[in-house]
Design a protein around this ligand. Structure first.
Ligand code: SAM
Ligand code: SF4
Length: 319
């Protein structure tokens, strides 16, 4: 369906857990997340019913995210049940990749077409620093497992962080020369308890084009997501720039987000949320609630203006 501003909303991103096996400093506090007594994750049944309601309104693309979606118990079963819903054309996941060696083959067989894997550095020491305890080789094992399972294209999400990985821009771009992957640079956003980290570390993605002038823009006629794509001459892969801060892409926004605890976020960059569970208990159908959320999508975000710091942590929203 279309929202008030004529945007076709066909994409639902669902955070299925706020737990994670890493603690990236820009995403999650070190001690993890304290659960409030009344807080409850959406059950599989609730997630499936919500997706079915979304499909009836024109949703055809689902992304599972988190936290780390692969730590949710029963993940393969959930993927299979979503994949069986008629009308889902694209079922994807954003993951840190660590558990892909265990799950990639089963996930692919269950209907997961592809994955986005997060990776901010090629340096094992820096990887350990940014994730607070991760091991770089686990991510590469995850990338290899996704490839071996036939997931394509594999997209690497790289948050650009001033003074941390801007010296690796060329290495990330060069990674696309021989690997048929998409490396997508994402601008750092100030969110939740980790927003202090983002202070003074934001770098516009323009820096990527400045450092690698050989990148040539790709015109993608059926482009659906926010990334602007580029390519090195003769490269197998692509480089994407996702610029939520420097050039917001609100006029192309096609998505709604669902948090782990069942709040619908019409816009990532606003604290406004719709309480799915409470409204459903009060008698509204999921379809009615989704309609309300879609109609509440703002024309654009104001993150550079008054809404500087958002309350939710990214691991509850899912990116
Ligand atoms: N655990 C999975 C992962 O890391 O891919 C999925 C959830 S994670 C919240 C989803 C995406 O959000 C990741 O690519 C991560 O790098 C990105 N992200 C988290 N915090 C961010 C921030 N403050 N600014 C920009 N991107 C962020
Ligand atoms: Fe976990 Fe992903 Fe957040 Fe890193 S970005 S702490 S892997 S949820």
């Amino acid at each position: 369906m279309k929202d008030h501003y004529g945007r076709k909303i066909n994409y639902m991103r669902i955070s299925i857990t706020d737990l994670c096996n890493l603690r990236c400093v820009y995403c999650m506090p070190e001690e993890g997340i304290e659960k409030h007594p009344h807080q409850k994750n959406l059950s599989f049944e609730e997630i499936l019913d919500l997706i079915k309601a979304g499909v009836s309104l024109g949703v055809n693309k689902i992304r599972l995210t988190g936290g780390e979606p692969l730590v949710r118990h029963g993940i393969v079963d959930l993927v299979r049940r979503i994949g069986e819903i008629p009308g889902i054309e694209d079922l994807t996941m954003t993951t840190n990749g660590i558990l892909l060696p265990k799950y990639a083959i089963d996930l692919k067989a269950a209907g997961l077409n592809r994955v986005n894997i997060s990776l901010d550095t090629f340096d094992p020491v820096k990887f350990h620093e940014i994730t607070r305890w991760g091991h770089l080789e686990d991510v590469f094992a995850g990338i290899a497992a996704a490839k071996a399972a036939g997931m394509h294209p594999i997209k690497i999400n790289t948050v650009l962080i001033k003074g941390f990985n801007d010296d690796e821009i060329e290495s990330f771009v060069n990674y696309t020369r021989d690997e048929a992957v998409y490396v997508r640079f994402i601008e750092l956003m100030p969110l939740g308890e980790s927003s202090g980290f983002a202070e003074n570390k934001y770098l516009s993605n323009d820096e990527v084009l400045k450092r690698v002038p050989a990148l040539t823009p790709l015109l993608i006629p059926d482009k659906t997501g926010p990334a602007e794509y580029y390519q090195l001459p003769g490269a197998k892969g692509r480089v994407g720039l996702i610029n939520p801060i420097s050039k917001h892409f609100c006029s192309e926004c096609n998505r709604i987000r669902v948090t782990t605890d069942g709040k619908i976020k019409p816009c990532l960059h606003s604290d406004f949320e719709i309480d799915l569970v409470a409204l459903h208990q009060a008698g509204m159908t999921y379809k009615e609630i989704l309609l309300q959320a879609i109609n509440k999508k703002p024309e654009k975000h104001h993150i550079n203006e008054h809404e500087k710091q958002l309350l939710r942590n990214m691991n509850e929203i899912g990116g």
